[in-house]
Design a protein around this ligand. Structure first.
Ligand code: PHE
Length: 551
């Protein structure tokens, strides 16, 4: 059967950029950059992209394009039929399998949060939560105490009257209250006397008859008229609430599984359409939407941050936060964010037309991915400063607990929030399709399956492999660490060794020459791929081995 091809120049770039731009940019990078202090770390990251990312990107696309095969077949075609490098291809297929299994689960969280946003769930904190916060946390206790204080010791008489009426301590017998709780027969001192007497019972009775929740919301409304309310709400109350909401969602497996199913189904439906009519069509349509959404959200955040602290942090940062392993974090992340080390770019490259320009295309993809990562910081850092928050727990928190807080602030918060989670969803789906395509191309090229059958088999296997991640965040984190820290760097190291020492580098030189790139650029590529890239990646591998033997 004739091999499918990208139908236009932009086709490959948008699809490959779609693969690169994903949760790595929106979810991981801002956290990593924050943790390493921004500023200098950003420079280190840019160097990693240039010296490790770009050379491997070129190598992968070139291997794919020249061989016109899936990763396993490509290593065989260019390295010899029984070259051990074909196992690098197999490692790549396995990485795609592992990554997509949990990636789809995280993308599913995006669906849940789009729904939350549409329902404005973030800012309606039910009372049981406030009660729960009492246990332990200092700030929680403060939040709770503030609420208790308001219910048990309300300042305006009108509030006291309403509470006593609700709890049945005044009412018909002492004159029927009107709808506002006004009671003409009770004067202020009488009211205060009854209140002082009864307030403990009032609170208890409100709680047992389920009215406390209603009062809690009422309290929020009352409170909102007081000075200082906003800072109380934003700094104490809502962060706790948003954290709880996230944890509650994560421990509801039927939801996480349902959304994982939806994401896998969407991914499958796109991939079954093939390269030009499936993947290319989808990414052409949605990559521009993604970039536009991103622009809106960045402007929005920058406007919020009047002191421009977020921008300053990105540019100058806190160099004291740099640590011994910052370089490794930058290197490791370069693989994940550029979809390298597992054959995604190889697979997409294998569908390029012979006339396509590898160098130009790889520069575009790398630049777009890096641009979006930096913009994601500009979107997220201002919020961290404005709300005085520390991004929480290993990056997972940042998108789903820290960021929603931004959305309370705006009049159109719910809309901003919907747009934001749509962005996350789109970015994740355009990456997920590239992961599935790696496995599908392998089945089609190596096992001679029809695309339909290959898609059905790989999607179901990956779906099943994702279930443990849908049930347990710990498992998900473990899978992510294994893929990002072991499988991708190892794959990347072997790919550069293959390109630099095993395959005929002349083939790649031709690709440079054909499109008029100077020999200097090729020399930069060659020196990187032979010496610099493997040396740097070896660093990561060494650290992993050390960590592994130490643990
Ligand atoms: N690059 C994607 C991201 O940043 C993740 C990915 C890794 C996609 C490997 C394909 C292959 O989210």
């Amino acid at each position: 059967m004739k091999r499918d091809h990208w139908s236009s120049k932009a086709g490959f770039v948008l699809a490959a950029a779609g693969s690169a731009v994903g949760l790595g940019n929106l979810w991981k990078f801002p956290y990593i950059a924050w943790d390493n202090g921004g500023g200098i770390f950003i420079l280190i990251y840019l160097a990693a992209i240039l010296l490790v990312g770009w050379p491997i990107m070129v190598s992968e696309i070139a291997i794919g394009k020249i061989a016109e095969r899936d990763p396993v077949g490509a290593f065989r075609a260019l390295g010899g039929a029984d070259s051990p490098f074909r196992y690098v291809g197999i490692l790549g297929i396995m990485s795609a399998f592992v990554i997509l299994s949990y990636y789809s689960v995280i993308a599913g969280w995006g669906i849940q949060y789009t729904i939350h946003s549409a329902m404005e769930r973030f800012d309606k904190a039910p009372i049981e939560r406030v009660e729960k916060y009492m246990a332990g946390d200092q700030r929680a206790t403060a939040a709770h105490a503030a609420f208790r204080e308001a219910v048990e010791n309300p300042q305006p008489d009108i509030l006291k009257k309403r509470l006593l009426t609700e709890a049945g301590y005044i009412g018909a017998s002492s004159g029927a209250p009107d709808s506002n709780g006004q009671n003409s027969q009770i004067d202020s001192s009488e009211l205060n006397r009854i209140w002082t007497d009864k307030r403990t019972q009032v609170a208890a009775s409100l709680k047992t008859n389920g009215k406390l929740e209603k009062w809690h919301n009422h309290f929020l409304t009352e409170k909102s008229k007081e000075p200082g309310y906003n800072s109380w709400l934003q700094k104490i109350y809502l962060p706790l609430y948003s954290g709880e909401l996230f944890e509650e969602f994560l421990s509801t497996p039927y939801k996480t599984t349902l959304f994982h199913t939806i994401i896998m189904t969407i991914t499958l439906l796109i991939v079954v359409g093939g390269i030009a009519r499936g993947i290319e069509k989808f990414t052409r349509l949605f990559m521009p939407v993604l970039l536009a959404l991103m622009a809106i959200l960045v402007v929005n955040s920058l406007k919020l941050d009047s002191e421009q602290e977020g921008v300053k942090f990105l540019l100058f940062g806190q160099p004291e936060k740099l640590h011994a392993f910052s370089l490794l974090e930058a290197l490791g992340h370069a693989f994940f964010t550029l979809s390298l080390g597992m054959g995604a770019m190889m697979t997409y490259g294998s569908y390029m037309k012979k006339s396509a320009d590898i160098v130009g295309n790889s520069i575009w993809v790398t630049a777009m991915d890096t641009g979006v990562a930096l913009l994601a910081c500009l979107m997220i850092f201002p919020i961290i400063f404005v709300y005085n928050l520390e991004p929480t727990s290993g990056g997972i928190g940042i998108l789903f607990t820290t960021l929603p807080l931004e959305f309370f602030k705006f009049k159109w918060g719910s809309i901003v929030s919907i747009l934001f989670y749509l962005l996350v969803l789109l970015a994740a789906i355009t990456s997920a399709i590239s992961l599935l395509e790696v496995v599908v191309t392998f089945f089609v090229d190596e096992k001679k399956m029809s695309r339909k059958k290959a898609v059905a088999i790989s999607a179901s296997l990956i779906f099943a492999a994702g279930l443990p991640s849908a049930f347990s965040v710990n498992f998900l984190t473990w899978a992510d660490n294994t893929a990002s820290w072991i499988m991708l760097p190892l794959g990347g190291l072997l790919i550069t060794i293959f390109t630099g020492y095993k395959m005929d580098l002349n083939l790649i030189h031709q690709e440079f020459k054909k499109h008029g790139y100077s020999d200097k650029i090729f020399l930069f590529f060659k020196v990187s791929v032979r010496y610099i890239t493997p040396a740097l990646v070896l660093f990561i591998v060494a650290k992993i081995v050390i960590d592994f033997t130490a643990s």
